[in-house]
Design a binder for this molecule. Structure first.
Ligand code: AMP
Length: 189
């Protein structure tokens, strides 16, 4: 199973990815998690990415494409993977197409998780409280920036994947279990 979870910050991509990892026995590839780990470890990548991530902008396509390309080569991705937070631009989607072509594999589905902007703000503020401020980008100002970036740069991927016949849309406002069920039903179609 090769899956992309698409959706704005707070839509539930990370939550659902972790559940699907258990259900399908394939890894979650979260570019956000990889970047945060690099920032925490102060690697050269982390030092370059920190200010960009903290202010809610996108890290360059070249950097994230490199991260994903390397990660997809790992043995645990052979049976499949769940991409969470990548691609985020049309250029990243095109780069991913090339990576998968080179490997001779195809995506099974792109699941768009939709949610209202007010609910996204509420959830991210809640996440910030629960994590004790672990993420510098989980505050209302940066979140609004990230939502704008999503609309401008990432939302065009909906049409991109729709035209390839891969897009499935689920309602991310439902309780977690119902969203999971909707995703599994959409994938099984
Ligand atoms: P996330 O955990 O997916 O919300 O990502 C957190 C932050 O990491 C984003 O706001 C970006 O700054 C950066 N990031 C994660 N994935 C990407 C990506 N595919 N392209 C560019 N920047 C990314």
């Amino acid at each position: 199973m090769r899956l992309i979870l698409l959706g704005p910050p707070g839509a539930g991509k990370g939550t659902q990815a972790k559940i699907l990892v258990e259900a399908y026995g394939i890894p979650q590839l979260s570019t956000g998690d990889i970047l945060r780990a690099a920032i925490a470890a102060r690697t050269p990548l982390g030092l370059e990415a920190k200010a960009i991530v903290d202010r809610g902008d996108l890290v360059s396509d070249v950097i994230v494409n490199g991260i994903v390309s390397e990660r997809l080569d790992a043995e645990d991705c052979k049976p499949g993977f769940i991409l969470d937070g990548f691609p985020r631009t049309i250029a990243q989607a095109e780069a991913l197409d090339e990576m998968l072509d080179e490997k001779g594999v195809k995506l099974d589905a792109v699941v768009e998780i939709k949610a209202d902007a007010d609910e996204l703000v509420r959830r991210v503020i809640q996440r910030a409280k629960e994590s004790g401020g672990a993420r510098a980008d989980d505050n209302e100002d940066v979140l609004r920036k990230r939502l704008g970036v999503y609309q401008d740069q990432t939302a065009p991927l909906v049409a991109y994947y729709q035209s390839k016949g891969l897009l499935k849309t689920v309602d991310g406002m439902e309780p977690v279990e119902r969203v999971t069920a909707a995703i599994q039903a959409a994938i099984a179609q």
